[in-house]
Design a protein around this ligand. Structure first.
Ligand SMILES: C[S@@+](CC[C@H](N)C(=O)[O-])C[C@H]1O[C@@H](n2cnc3c(N)ncnc32)[C@H](O)[C@@H]1O
Length: 282
């Protein structure tokens, strides 16, 4: 279950030491295999499911052909849904229990064009240029070394390939609220200028930048912020107007955008980075 979906079901703040991501995803009750990642719905109603639908629609819109790479794939639910529309798919996650479940799902759904590999997002076990499109959803902000994830993602993209990245903004109300969820794994959000600079440094040119979560829309803590955390906001923000959720319209307003938590950025690997990759391969 992603942070945005855990919502009020989350265990409340405690004095326990923060779990490391390796422990949380590897072997804890916090993210069991049947709840770590949501299965895409055909006509989603809740805000979190609509957000997922938006992200997957970007994958379909920009898919250039070839292999689709899901970095931090958890139990492979998203690739399973994309499977009929893509040539091949590769899921990578560092949790063995999720990879085992992905393989079971793949057999169950007869998604024969998918492969699941255990691996670290900061050192992907893949050759240069293998993917036409790579995405990483609801995970980058859980990894301390964001720069290595972006570098690895750019490395495994083919020339002209597409990256879809789902960043968390440090300068947001959501990041403030996360401090109160002390028994969740630590997060490492960055600022919007840092996101853009990291993409530039890896020759990933931005094609589309979408923003969400000016309000957290899941958190119940801290209690003194209750007017901003009331569940009624989710009911309003999930509504679609002209194809986009009200959340996205408000989170994209100039001035507010830099304080929205979630930034879903579509980029294309430019010629410069492709040349570097080809030189490395020689
Ligand atoms: C919140 S879940 C998101 C899963 C899925 N992408 C989604 O959107 O539902 C985070 C996932 O990232 C994986 N993960 C976290 N750090 C990782 C790392 N350094 N390398 C590979 N996987 C990692 C976890 O095992 C978990 O499956």
């Amino acid at each position: 279950m992603t942070l945005e979906a855990k919502g009020s079901m989350a265990s409340k703040s405690s004095n326990r030491k923060a779990l490391s991501a390796v422990d949380a995803y590897g072997d804890s009750d916090l993210y069991p295999t049947n709840a770590v990642s949501a299965r895409p719905q055909s006509d989603p109603k809740p805000w979190a499911d609509r957000l997922l639908a938006d992200k997957l629609s970007l994958v379909k819109k920009y898919y250039p052909g070839g292999s689709v790479l899901d970095i931090c794939c958890a139990t492979g639910e998203h690739l399973m849904a994309l499977s009929p529309d893509i040539e091949t798919g590769i899921g990578v996650d560092f949790s063995q229990r999720y990879i085992d479940k992905s393989v079971k799902n793949m057999i169950h759904y007869q998604a024969r064009n998918l492969t699941f590999i255990r691996g670290d997002a900061t050192a992907l076990p893949l050759k240069n240029g293998v993917a036409g499109l790579a995405y990483c959803f609801s995970s980058i902000y859980q990894i301390r070394d964001t720069g290595s994830v972006i570098r690895e993602l750019a490395r495994v993209l083919c020339p002209g390939g597409i990256a879809i990245l789902d960043f968390g903004n440090r300068r947001s109300l959501n990041t403030y609220c996360l401090r109160y969820y002390t028994d969740w794994p630590q997060t490492f959000p960055i600022t919007v200028p840092e996101m853009r600079a990291m993409l530039r440094a890896n020759d990933l040119a931005i094609e589309e930048h979408r923003s969400y979560q000016i309000l957290p829309l899941w958190a119940g803590l801290p209690r003194h912020l209750w007017p901003l955390l009331h569940p009624a906001w989710q009911e309003l923000m999930r509504r679609r107007v002209a194809g986009r959720m009200i959340d996205e319209w408000i989170s994209s307003l100039p001035g507010l955008r830099q304080f929205a938590f979630r930034h879903v950025i579509v980029c294309r690997k430019t010629a410069t980075s492709s040349q570097n990759t080809m030189q490395e391969q020689r």
